[in-house]
Design a protein around this ligand. Structure first.
Ligand code: FAD
Length: 322
């Protein structure tokens, strides 16, 4: 049995889904041991009970004015203090912007290894086996930790969270940590995202490429994404052409996403784009070129003009939603 510390992430007063997925991953590693969820921020203790409902046995919160905005330095100090107090056998972070920034820093401080971007966990003779994509998703490698801390980051949207149990009991305790010597101070955060839904956690993504032709061309894609409760993404071709912001870019040098449904409209399917989306559960491609590379990874291909096809999809989905 292992004790696992799991980092929970909150944004705008709400927990991110990856926090629950990390608890679920922690359970798979712990072999029946304790799951301690850590929550760091300005004022976060009210979120503790939700982590318990999703399977944490204990929640440790570290609250401080200096932690109101994220800084690697401040968060690392808080988390290292919790790790020192809890003395866990392993840690799970989300493979998010925050997790990717913090995990190597903490692993380095502890002299521990780190298995990053885990998409599933298997079991072999009582040992956790971590599966992670390599070569831009073209192959998978399996890793086990033979010695020391089991420290992993998990890719959002891949490990299902546990069922929520509202009446579940567990301790939510607050820990005082003196946050000192912050070398960087965040003055302001300017966020560029699509209306509300975070691209890396979206269950549905409607992505546009150079075929969208203009900034206005993204409007029908936004309408479809909103209808499906999803987010809008883009190829680098569309970003380079200034049809949309680079924060929407999906691919090797953009975001890596694994939604349940990925609709690619006017995207040719360059290898660098597919590195960011080919592990999506269902891929629908809309392209007027029947030879487009994107059809090679698509589960459903629609050969046609996206400006004809997307309005038809909107019409049909509206009927289903009514
Ligand atoms: P295009 O390749 O021009 O494709 C446009 C498609 O739209 C065509 O297939 C066309 O048939 C179709 N089309 C046109 N009009 C319509 C219409 N009306 N209806 C339907 N279909 C239509 N790219 C990424 O996306 N993400 C990355 O992270 C990334 N990183 C890169 C890193 C490096 C180092 C390099 C060298 C490149 C990278 N690229 C990346 C760029 C990549 O190689 C491609 O250039 C880019 O993905 C092409 O974007 P696109 O598919 O939108 O455009």
């Amino acid at each position: 049995m292992k004790k696992i510390v799991v980092l929970a992430e909150a944004r705008d007063g709400a927990l991110r889904n990856v926090s629950f997925e990390a608890i679920s991953a922690g359970k798979q590693i712990s072999d029946g041991g304790e799951i301690v969820s850590v929550l760091v921020g300005g004022s976060v203790s009210s979120l503790g009970s939700e982590l318990i409902a999703y399977g944490a046995d204990k929640v440790v919160t570290v609250e401080d004015e200096k932690l109101k905005k994220y800084s690697s330095d401040g968060y690392a100090q808080a988390i290292l203090a919790v790790i020192e107090a809890e003395d866990p056998d392993g840690m799970v972070f989300g493979h998010t912007a925050l997790g990717k920034d913090l995990s190597p820093r903490i692993a380095g401080k502890l002299g521990s290894g780190l298995i990053s971007d885990v998409t599933s966990i298997e079991e072999d003779a009582g040992e956790a086996v971590f599966v992670r994509p390599i070569y831009s998703g073209k192959a998978f490698e399996k890793k086990v930790v033979k010695d020391g801390l089991v420290f992993v980051t998990i890719r959002p949207n891949n490990i299902a969270p546990l069922e929520k149990e509202s009446g579940r009991s567990g301790d939510v305790i607050s820990m005082d940590v003196e946050i000192k010597d912050l070398r960087t101070i965040i003055k302001d955060v300017v966020r560029k995202t699509t209306d509300g839904v975070d691209l890396s956690e979206a269950k549905v993504i409607v992505a546009g490429g150079r075929g969208v032709k203009s900034e206005d061309g993204f409007e029908p894609l936004k309408e479809l994404a909103n209808l499906l409760g999803g987010a809008v993404g883009a190829s680098r071709g569309a970003c380079d052409a200034e049809y949309c912001d680079y924060s929407l870019q999906i691919g090797q040098t953009g975001k890596v996403v694994t939604p349940d449904l990925y609709i690619a409209a006017g995207i040719s399917g360059a290898i660098q784009h597919m590195a960011g989306m080919s592990n999506s559960k269902v891929i629908v491609a809309i392209n007027k070129d029947p030879e487009a590379n994107i059809f090679k990874v698509a589960d459903y291909g629609i050969v046609g003009d996206l400006f004809d096809v997307i309005p038809l999809l909107i019409e049909e989905f509206k009927k289903v939603k009514v």
